[in-house]
Unconditional design. Structure first.
Length: 264
């Protein structure tokens, strides 16, 4: 077909057809530009790592992929090949800790890169076989972003990031990487608080909603559950004045997080 014939064919296109072509090109451009966005903008996890988790049945998954930031407090090289990292989480993530994190892990979040050291435990060797760790191992005192599955270790009771998909030097600032459910919405009021704080849902939950509250020192201040109700009134008279952080989850996934101040 000659260039002249092609030109005439284009001229005969209807306005509707031209709009469809324009929309197609715009969609393609947007799709291509999304590939240029840095992966660090979103939490990304490697599901294949679960093939190398030693006795994975002991881990209860709350969120399959979560990014958290904090400071490396200690590293323990385990016989099963994993490195047991204790992370002092930044304030927005204090609510990820439970009572066992305080009693058994010095108030730290456990994070475990897989097969990151020599595996000497006989029954764990098959899990590390054929796998080479590519997760960066930081030094004590470094401030990092750790991404992986947020779980509870049922053998010990504490919460962990396990397996860890990535560790990078840096800071999230705020937990904007967490993608909340569309429903229900969570309202927390008043703020500041004197004697009572209210957690209000936009609709009755179909399954339990869990609320965890912690203080600025990382200590657990309370854990609560909402079911077949839209408003929970929490008495704060017994809590000292100060700033508190809360984390709300449903169906093992993030709903909301934030903070409030108690004044006396």
């Amino acid at each position: 077909m000659s260039n002249f014939a092609i030109y005439n064919s284009i001229l005969r296109l209807s306005k509707f057809q031209m709009k469809k072509i324009h929309l197609f090109l715009l969609t393609a451009l947007i799709g291509f530009s999304s590939l240029l966005v840095s992966p660090a903008c979103h939490a990304q996890c490697r599901d294949t790592l679960w093939n190398h988790v030693y006795n994975s049945y002991r881990l209860y998954v709350h969120d399959s992929c979560l990014a958290v930031d904090g400071t490396i407090w200690s590293l323990i090289y385990e016989a099963d090949g994993d490195i047991h990292i204790r992370l002092t989480v930044d304030s927005p993530f204090i609510s990820l800790l439970n009572s066992s994190n305080y009693s058994g892990e010095y108030g730290k979040l456990v994070c475990e890169p897989l097969c990151a050291t020599t595996c000497t435990q006989t029954d764990a060797i098959p899990f590390c076989s054929g796998y080479t760790n590519t997760v960066f191992i930081p030094a004590v005192g470094e401030h990092v972003i750790i991404t992986g599955a947020y779980v509870t270790d049922n053998d010990h009771g504490w919460n962990e990031i396990h397996p860890v998909s990535s560790i990078v030097i840096g800071s999230l600032g705020t937990p904007s990487n967490l993608v909340p459910y569309n429903k229900p919405e969570v309202s927390v009021f008043p703020n500041p608080v004197k004697t009572q704080v209210n957690f209000k849902l936009s609709e009755p939950p179909s399954s339990p909603v869990y609320i965890t509250i912690g203080d600025e020192q990382g200590r657990l201040a309370g854990q609560y559950q909402m079911l077949q109700m839209t408003n929970l009134e929490i008495n704060t008279r017994y809590l000292p004045a100060g700033k508190y952080f809360y984390h709300v989850s449903k169906d093992d996934a993030y709903l909301s997080s934030g903070s409030f101040v108690i004044v006396k």
